[in-house]
Design a protein around this ligand. Structure first.
Ligand code: PLP
Length: 444
């Protein structure tokens, strides 16, 4: 129904001693591209989030990556969900997410989608303009509204404020209109832009939100939504700690805990970007000799598939696929171009790229491919989309709330592994997990 199902993508157990690289080894029997998703990585992100931002409940932004296993993992971890459309709400609800754990975080919604939210008791939603208030008052008058304000996003890789967010001078009038329409506004939201590079952007935005709270007459505002913008790779790795210190300090200064304010966020990239590794196959090769000798490789995924991020996401404008096979230091490097599989010349992954010689059938890997990849592919030229294989360690599986296990469909990770010892270990892990799940089922 949603393009991805756990039946097609069972979660595999990664037993002790095996790595994600072993899993990849086992999957490269066919020619098609695939992702390996490490759910442990998502758990690590979550543990870091709750330890560094204890006042902020994450509502994962489904648009960033709507893989079912990811959503189930996050639901098991008790995050909420930021949905941008009827289909995303439908997907979250179909996985057992409660309507109260969803924010419909889009300020310009089709009327029919608002109606759907209303019919399914999804009440929390954002707005930033009067027309939206009129639509909501017609079809979902009980909605709990969150006014999205435009903030300074000039230090972010992807800016959002040119398109969304009420400008501060217009907020008072907009809130007045909500009162006239008998609508309830419960909070303020902002988004500092995706891939934010300056923690000060959050401080300024939280201060702006405080101003909105102070200017409101007639509403009891109780929610602050600090949006997304967090990242976890490259420079950002160290920065998350700095970001959280700034956010915590600003929250304490402008919204002290005694205020009883509920604080949520809509992280997307932060949770999924480093959990996904993409494996692609060299399907063709040309050696071109003009001014110099250039190797041209054609791979089976590209800009119209998993790598569309090259064209719209500055955080991913330069992808560096690397050979899956072990490369000796002494191997010569050749100037290379890597092309995607379609008949379009903008379907180029990288050029002037110096790598060892590759051959048809070789595999390349691309790390950190979880954000704005699987959810942004097209059918252009009808190449097969990358399959998604999901793995989790038995330890992580156990550490999840057992009662949630009923929702999951699991299978052992032995198809790719020929060693009997490994098979036994895997079955042992699976048995433990099934026992645990069974005890919950019996108890329920
Ligand atoms: N919330 C909204 C409204 C968004 O538009 C986006 C991204 O575009 C996100 C959350 C997720 O942002 P990020 O992936 O930067 O955390």
């Amino acid at each position: 129904m949603h393009g991805l199902s756990l039946e097609r993508n069972p979660i595999e157990i990664l037993e002790t001693g095996r790595s994600i690289s072993d899993i990849i080894d086992g999957k490269i029997r066919h020619e098609e591209p695939f992702y390996v998703v490490n759910l442990d990585n998502i758990l690590e992100r979550h543990l870091q989030w709750i330890s560094l931002l204890p006042r902020v409940k994450p509502f994962y932004a489904v648009k960033c990556n709507n893989t079912t296993a990811v959503l189930k993992m996050l639901s098991a971890l008790d995050t909420g969900f930021d949905c941008a459309s009827k289909a995303e709400i439908e997907l979250a609800l179909s996985l057992g997410v409660k309507p109260d754990d969803i924010i419909y975080a889009h300020t310009t919604k089709p009327l029919s989608h608002i109606r759907y939210a209303c019919a399914h008791r999804v009440n929390l939603m954002t707005f930033d303009n009067e027309e939206e208030l009129l639509k909501i008052s017609h079809v979902h008058p009980q909605a709990k509204l969150v006014i999205r304000i435009a903030v300074d996003d000039s230090k972010s890789m992807v800016r959002l404020s040119p398109k969304f967010g009420a400008r501060l001078p217009t907020v008072r009038q907009l809130l007045g209109r909500a009162i006239e329409l008998n609508l309830e506004v419960v909070g303020v939201s902002f988004h500092v832009g995706s891939g934010c590079t300056r923690s000060s952007a959050f401080r300024q935005a939280i201060e702006d939100a405080r101003r909105v709270f102070d200017s409101v007459l007639g509403f009891q505002m109780r929610l602050l939504d600090i949006g997304g913008g967090f990242s976890k790779i490259g420079d950002f790795q160290e920065k998350f700690k700095e970001f959280s210190e700034v956010i915590n300090g600003s929250l304490d200064e402008f919204f002290p805990p005694v205020s009883g304010l509920e604080v949520i966020a809509e992280p997307g990239r932060y949770y999924v970007e480093s959990a996904f590794t993409l494996a692609v196959n060299v399907i063709a090769k040309r050696v071109v000799v003009e001014d110099r000798r250039v190797m041209m490789y054609y791979i089976n995924d590209g800009v119209y598939g998993s790598m569309s991020c090259i064209t719209f996401d500055p955080a991913h404008s330069k992808l560096e696929p690397y050979p899956h096979r072990a490369v000796k230091k002494s191997e010569p490097r050749y100037c290379s171009v890597i092309w995607g599989p379609t008949c379009d010349s903008i379907d180029k992954i990288t050029e002037n790229y110096w790598i060892p010689e590759l051959y048809v059938g070789d595999w390349l890997l691309v790390d950190n491919m979880g954000a704005y990849t699987v959810s942004v592919t097209t059918d252009f030229n009808s190449f097969e989309k990358a399959h998604i294989y999901t793995v989790v360690t038995a330890e992580t599986w156990h550490s999840l709330n057992l009662s949630r296990m009923k929702m999951w469909h699991i299978s052992a990770c032995c198809a790719a592994c020929t060693s009997l010892g490994c098979l036994k270990n895997s079955l042992k892990s699976l048995q433990l997990i099934e026992d645990a799940a069974a005890s919950v089922l019996i108890g329920s």
